[in-house]
Ligand binder design. Structure first.
Ligand code: ADP
Ligand code: ZN
Ligand code: ZN
Length: 718
């Protein structure tokens, strides 16, 4: 018989080890099976299977417990390769999360282990059966039209009755096959000739010995064109190529651009259905397609020979997963590139502090694109909102922005208005008792959504009816504070009744395909003004956009977070980069209260290095990343007493470490759960991981403790 080690589907850390079962036949490594676990049938994945002469009873005696038999084998062949299994193992160690959750993060739903079942979709096909058949004339006619592998539905279109007859005769048969993706061809486009700067970056990437290169290129400098040329080169060497993009940047325009050059490309992102993802996964696995453009999880696709991984907008926070396993795509990319002896290109107009520092130190090769393709930078102006208020102007759309908008519309150009807050009004305050309307499940103020006349919690999504009176004191004197994209939309309609205005934010793109529709309309110039949240700041490349307005540009700086200056800087730089990308020079109007802030100044001068130097100085003084690594431990529970016990247990152990450990900090309630955070910071990441793992191992041995989540190097602190 065979001794079989399996990892059981279970999200908790305390079953993060293989369990032993036996089977009568050999099972291939990495196939899924069903096993009895804690008295229930559970899916698991086989990590090892070895022959033994011993009986189950003998083994049970040795191990000290009864060894059970594998209940059922699910797969005929492994769902994952050795490379990816090892990667999952490494991921589990470096993110301190269960191996099974890493495996499941890597696989499309049809191949994940689960409690339920998720069989991939199949289609009915027809094929001929060899042998002597005698046909009537009609039957022969139909038989000759049958092509092996054609869809049964298509065959029946020739003649339902004759097909049935042919099946009865044993001349043809029906079978089922997993449905496959059918690529739609579009008209192709030629590669653009690279500029000297682009060519230099291209040449240096191809010839370097370094695994990682950093392409620091200003917005509109033609980074995408460099990616496409590089992709062509690596494909010609018969290598696989992966271009990673932030979720929001996978626009119809981007998809079209890549498809025009390579005709068949795998696009892998969250808008795909589970079935579509599975089909695309198989196309990579079977090497039908060697170029993939995708978001974070495409880093786990089963590539054969990965020559190049490009990470576009490498600073983007969507590359970090914020649920378990909290991995950063960059680390996984380095790991995979090492295995495949491939290269990684990190690219950005506002590189992460860490990557840029490594590039300056020479760990990465630094490549630069200093010029825009059109050789013209947008003209930037800052409007002081305190001034506007003093002059009794609107602080939503300032006088200056109003003038520029009207000029832009007059010239039949397009404008983008960015406000990183959706909804109508973010705060509803009682003028009598001063109370703010809050979500009952989270410690978060409720947002007013005027179109539905409801209040929404932007943390948990809970919707409330708009009360007539203050729930605290009964006063009718409720005031709506602040403004979101919906209110701006309303203001713009009032100011420019003729203009065609569209809003793009999480509310307006919640329906599938809405995102695409809004952008297509804007591309065709059916929209004059596009207003939106950070969704519209990235990647858009439309020649008629000559004006960008950024409202409440400094709002993000109020956040008490070590990274908020960088995040705000990135957003403002990206947004201003949308203006004047073609023939006409662009304009950017930045509205802010804190106009003297170094972030605003750096954006005004489009000066990344200026920002970098000030920010690094501050990070150095406070020993924040990139001068240290962070481990964030988050506890959540609906029972406050158990939470206190868990916090105490962990803090007592962390406190003893020779590292910077912050006192437990109570976070706002979220979805009815109380939450606490413990922060650990140190330069030595490996040591931190080791110590944290030990403490967590102790913790999970205790029974009845709070749920714990570990986030290594979070981009935001909770
Ligand atoms: P980035 O990603 O750096 O912001 P893009 O790759 O979107 O910039 O390029 C900006 C614009 O310049 C696009 O419209 C692109 O088609 C065009 N472009 C890029 N490279 C070239 C080139 N070598 N010759 C002509 N046009 C180019
Ligand atoms: Zn009140
Ligand atoms: Zn809520």
């Amino acid at each position: 018989m065979y001794l079989t080690e399996v990892y059981v589907t279970n999200a908790s850390l305390n079953v993060n080890r293989p369990f032993t079962y036996y089977s009568r036949q050999e099972i291939e490594k990495f196939c899924r099976v069903k096993v009895m676990f804690h008295k229930a049938l559970n899916q698991a994945i086989v990590s090892d299977c070895v022959y033994t002469e011993k009986t189950p009873e003998e083994i049970g005696k040795e191990l000290g417990y009864k060894v059970e038999e594998i209940a059922e084998v699910i797969d005929e062949s492994p769902v994952i390769s050795q490379e990816l299994f090892d990667l999952a193992f490494w991921l589990s160690r470096t993110t301190i999360s269960p191996l099974i959750s890493c495996l499941n993060a890597m696989l499309p739903k049809a191949l994940k282990t689960s409690i339920g079942h998720n069989d991939p979709k199949t289609v009915r096909k027809i094929r001929k059966i060899n042998g002597e058949h005698t046909f009537t004339v009609k039957q022969k006619e139909v038989y000759d039209q049958i092509i092996d592998g054609m869809n049964a539905a298509d065959a029946r279109k020739i003649s339902v009755s004759i097909i049935r007859k042919l099946i009865d005769m044993g001349a043809i048969e029906e079978y089922r096959e997993e449905s496959v993706f059918e690529n739609q061809l579009i008209e192709s486009a030629a590669f653009k000739k690279l500029t000297d700067e682009q060519q230099e970056a291209y040449d240096r990437l191809i010839s370097t010995d370094k695994t990682v290169s950093m392409l620091y290129g200003v917005t509109g400098s033609g980074k995408t064109e460099v990616y496409l040329h590089l992709a062509r080169h690596y494909l010609s060497l018969d290598k696989d190529v992966l271009i990673l993009v932030p979720e929001i940047s996978l626009t119809p325009q981007m998809i079209e651009r890549v498809k025009q050059r390579f005709s068949d490309v795998v696009f892998y992102h969250s808008e795909l259905s589970d079935q579509e993802r599975y089909e695309q996964y198989k196309r990579v696995k079977n090497r039908e397609v060697r170029i993939v453009v995708g978001t974070r999880s495409s880093i786990f696709l089963p590539f054969h020979d990965l020559g190049l991984i490009i990470i576009d907008e490498e600073h983007d926070s969507s590359y970090k997963q914020d649920n378990v396993p909290c991995y950063h795509v960059k680390n996984v990319a380095f790991k995979r590139a090492m295995y495949h002896k491939g290269k990684v290109l990190l690219a950005s107009a506002t590189p992460s502090l860490e990557s840029y520092t490594r590039a300056l130190k020479g760990d990465y090769q630094l490549l630069e694109l200093k010029n825009r393709i059109n050789l013209s930078f947008p003209k930037i102006e800052v409007v002081d909102l305190d001034d506007e208020i003093r002059k009794h102007h609107s602080y939503i759309i300032s006088k200056k922005l109003e003038e520029e908008l009207s000029l832009c519309l007059h010239n039949h150009k397009q404008a983008i208005i960015l406000l990183n807050r959706r909804g109508y009004s973010p705060i509803i305050k009682c003028m009598d008792c001063g109370g703010v309307l809050m979500c009952q499940d989270c410690d978060t103020p409720l947002n007013y959504h005027k179109n539905q006349n409801v209040l929404k919690c932007h943390q948990c999504g809970r919707v409330y009816n708009l009360p007539e009176r203050c729930p605290n004191c009964g006063s009718k004197n409720l005031l709506f504070y602040g403004f979101g994209t919906m209110k701006v939309e309303e203001e713009l309609h009032k100011l420019f009744p003729q203009a065609r205005i569209q809003r793009m934010d999480r509310d307006s793109v919640s329906r599938k395909g809405a995102h695409e529709k809004i952008l297509k309309g804007f591309e065709k110039h059916e929209t004059d003004i596009l207003i939106g949240t950070q969704m519209i700041a990235k990647g858009l490349d439309y020649p008629d956009v000559t004006l960008v307005g950024i409202l409440n540009a400094d709002a993000g700086l109020m956040r008490q977070d070590y990274n908020s200056a960088k995040v705000t800087f990135d957003l403002l730089m990206q947004a201003s980069g949308r203006s004047g990308r073609a023939k006409s020079t662009g304009k950017v109007i930045i509205q802010a209260f804190n106009t003297e802030h170094y972030v605003i100044k750096a954006v005004l001068n489009q000066d990344y290095r200026y920002f970098y130097n000030i920010e690094m100085n501050y990070r150095n003084k406070t020993s924040y990343p990139p001068y240290a690594h962070i481990v964030e431990v988050i506890l959540s529970d609906h029972m406050p007493e158990r939470m206190q016990r868990s916090v105490k247990f962990l803090y007592e152990r962390f406190e003893k470490l020779d590292m910077r450990v912050y006192k437990p900090y109570e976070l706002g309630k979220l979805k009815k759960l109380y939450r606490y955070r413990i922060l650990i910071m140190d330069k030595d990441l490996l040591e931190m991981l080791k110590k944290t793992q030990e403490i967590i191992d102790d913790y999970i041995r205790e029974s009845n403790m709070s749920h714990v989540k570990i986030d290594v190097d979070p981009l935001y602190l909770e």
